[in-house]
Design a protein around this ligand. Structure first.
Ligand SMILES: [Zn+2]
Length: 663
């Protein structure tokens, strides 16, 4: 059995030191760019090297997060950073963007990459595809998975899995949240999340925090998680300080080593370190209910242990030193660190004309490891009598030895990225997603493809002949495939041609039924390389990210954009209506602080989609969207309203409703 890794967050150098001192096997941290916690202090390219060395000296792995979606114009700089991180000995990169992953692997094939939870892997097909097609060695699983799902996906010898065991939850499935982008323009996918889910909302008459989940802890499921097959247990918290990191990691270290659950004292310490009205394990156990919700209360803050205390000092790491100093030969030094020995050679040892060096003189110069994380634990110096070697030569020898201990023999490459080509051979088409057959108006022939959600199509008793496409649910867990495939098979038999897939983990299964595939905006196409990857999987068309601006869209001519409709801001694993107004048809509204009404609708698996309060509207800006295929999303519109929207786009009419523009 391999040893399970305890993986700790480091938002700054102090937290990194605390994580190492408290027994983490690996740490992850971000740079000042390309990183999903852009508000943490983070690291710069200059400080990364020192941090990686510190980790390696202590036998700890260092992972760097490169987990945002990137624009085309950022890719050359990204590759420059990747080259530097490679050279500096970073053990793996945590990546969310498929285009970024494919670029890294094509230039640095032996640089290990891990799929960020932002890559939305929640089934085995997704994990396998990322491993086989993009070379991911590890997949960080979605936080919404239960124990059985984690075990099922983790059973593989092709890739490793990493699971979150402690820290904050997101209300929306990770990588599938547009809430912060829609509500204030700060993109969660770009690392700028403003956490609108922590704000108060009103559902029906009930005002509260229906979108704020408690933090998770699996500290009472130690046996299950150690037996789950997951290779790495991850603690969330790069926004937290070193006290949090040290305290949390220390307790988790004990629990893992002693293979036992947290006792009362440890549980209360974890809670005092940080919680939002206690913890939840709801997704892991499958008990998904109101008790999962919570906010950071005044009481939490009062009992908090998070006062910054004194700096943690790391103990030095013992190494063995062997030196050979023979007259007429190169001086030779061997350092042995954690079982690995490196040897370096320096200046020629001379015969002393007068005043030869003593053993103690030599030793005094060789053991000066003060500026490194090391101290000399065992020393063995073999030398002739009557030698002479300069102090500066001994110092140089020692420095070379230390350098070689850290050297992984990696070199950055000079890379010039070719300008991306876009596939302009595609036809421009119009597509629409409706929520029910009853919603489809008589002018529907405006669209080449009319999509319905697969489960709606399957369950509807109405005439389905207008519908030629089905949309897969955003999330399909492994245990749900039997049911979903039954619906796919039915739709195929009814003559449906097109399938709008939501996730990498759906492609192979849906393709097997013979549908022509199109990728939904949930694939987060921000750059041409992500699109190229999707194309390489046999999907010609994708709806590119609705976060792209008009200027950025120019790289995606003829591909689909969301030209109309309320954007689905969140897809939640927990029904947001169930515990308030109830699940009568699972439709309702959530009111935000400004009084905006967010439409919420239950979907397959009793999950929920929450839409933005106003639609994207571009009917009166036909020039801006003429280069693209246009996708329309109809959510809570009536049939009559849908009719009017289509007429407005035909005629280029303005609207007097609230709206969101593609900027
Ligand atoms: Zn519901």
């Amino acid at each position: 059995m391999r040893k399970t890794e305890l993986l700790a967050p480091a938002g700054d150098k102090d937290a990194l030191v605390s994580a190492i001192a408290s027994g983490a096997n690996a740490v992850y941290f971000g740079l000042d760019i390309f990183n999903a916690r852009i508000r943490a202090e983070n690291f710069t390219l200059d400080t990364v090297e020192e941090s990686v060395k510190l980790c390696h000296a202590h036998g700890v792995k260092a992972y760097v997060t490169l987990n945002t979606q990137l624009y085309n114009k950022e890719l050359p700089l990204m590759l420059e950073y990747v080259g530097q991180l490679y050279e500096k000995g970073v053990d793996a990169l945590i990546v969310a963007d498929f285009g970024v992953a494919s670029l890294i692997k094509s230039y640095y094939p032996d640089f290990e990459i891990h799929a960020s939870t932002q890559a939305s892997v929640h089934n085995k097909n997704g994990a396998e595809l990322l491993c086989e097609r993009l070379g991911f060695a590890r997949v960080v699983l979605a936080r919404e998975l239960d124990r059985e799902s984690i075990e099922y996906i983790s059973k593989s010898d092709k890739y490793e899995t990493e699971i979150f065991v402690h820290g904050a939850h997101c209300m929306s499935v990770s990588g599938q949240c547009l809430a912060s982008f829609c509500m204030g323009g700060r993109s969660g996918n770009r690392g700028e999340c403003a956490q609108p889910c922590r704000l108060p909302y009103t559902i029906g008459k009930e005002k509260g925090y229906p979108l704020s989940l408690k933090d998770m802890t699996l500290s009472s499921h130690i046996e299950d998680i150690l037996n789950s097959g997951a290779a790495s247990l991850k603690i969330e918290g790069r926004m937290k300080n070193s006290d949090y990191v040290g305290g949390t990691v220390g307790i988790w270290r004990r629990l893992i080593d002693q293979k036992r659950n947290a006792n009362k004292q440890e549980a209360s310490t974890l809670s005092a370190l940080f919680s939002r009205g206690g913890f939840t394990d709801g997704y892991f156990t499958g008990k998904i209910d109101k008790s999962m919700l919570g906010i950071r209360s005044d009481k939490d803050k009062e009992t908090s242990l998070l006062q910054k205390t004194e700096k943690v000092e790391l103990e030095r790491v013992g190494i063995s030193l062997n030196a050979e100093l023979y007259i007429g030969k190169e001086s030779k030094l061997t350092l042995t660190h954690m079982g690995r020995a490196v040897t370096v050679f320096g200046d020629i040892v001379e015969r002393a004309a007068n005043a030869p060096m003593s053993y103690d003189d030599v030793k005094k110069n060789l053991v000066k490891f003060g500026s490194t994380p090391f101290y000399v634990k065992n020393i063995d110096i073999k030398m002739d009598e009557g030698i002479m070697i300069r102090n500066s030569s001994l110092n140089a020898l020692r420095r070379m030895g230390v350098e070689k201990l850290f050297d992984m023999g990696r070199k950055a490459k000079g890379i010039t990225l070719e300008a991306e080509k876009t596939n302009t051979s595609l036809d421009k088409i119009k597509t629409a997603l409706f929520n029910s057959i009853e919603q489809i108006p008589q002018n529907h022939s405006y669209f080449d493809i009319v999509f319905l959600p697969l489960e709606v199509y399957f369950n509807s008793k109405s005439d389905k002949s207008l519908v030629n496409g089905i949309k897969l649910p955003p999330v399909v867990l492994d245990k749900e495939w039997d049911q979903v495939e039954k619906m796919l098979s039915y739709a195929k038999a009814q003559g449906v041609i097109y399938a709008l897939v939501s996730n990498i983990g759906q492609i192979e299964r849906v393709k097997a039924y013979g549908f022509e595939l199109m990728a939904d905006f949930r694939f987060n196409v921000f750059n041409s390389y992500t699109l190229e990857f999707i194309n390489s999987l046999g999907i010609k068309r994708a709806i590119v990210s609705p976060e792209l601006t008009l200027a950025q869209l120019r790289d995606f001519k003829n591909q689909s954009i969301i030209a109309y409709g309320k954007l689905p801001t969140m897809v939640t694993h927990k029904c947001v209506l169930k515990d308030t107004v109830g699940c009568d048809k699972c439709k309702g509204y959530i009111k935000d602080r400004q009084g905006a009404m967010l439409y919420a609708q239950g979907i397959y698996g009793h999950r929920c989609v929450i839409y933005n309060s106003v639609p994207v509207y571009m009917a009166d800006k036909p020039k801006d969207i003429e280069w693209y295929s246009c996708h329309f999303i109809f959510s809570d519109e009536t049939r009559d309203e849908a009719y009017k929207v289509i007429e407005a786009y035909k005629k280029g009419l303005p609207t007097n409703r609230g709206m969101k523009r593609i900027k």
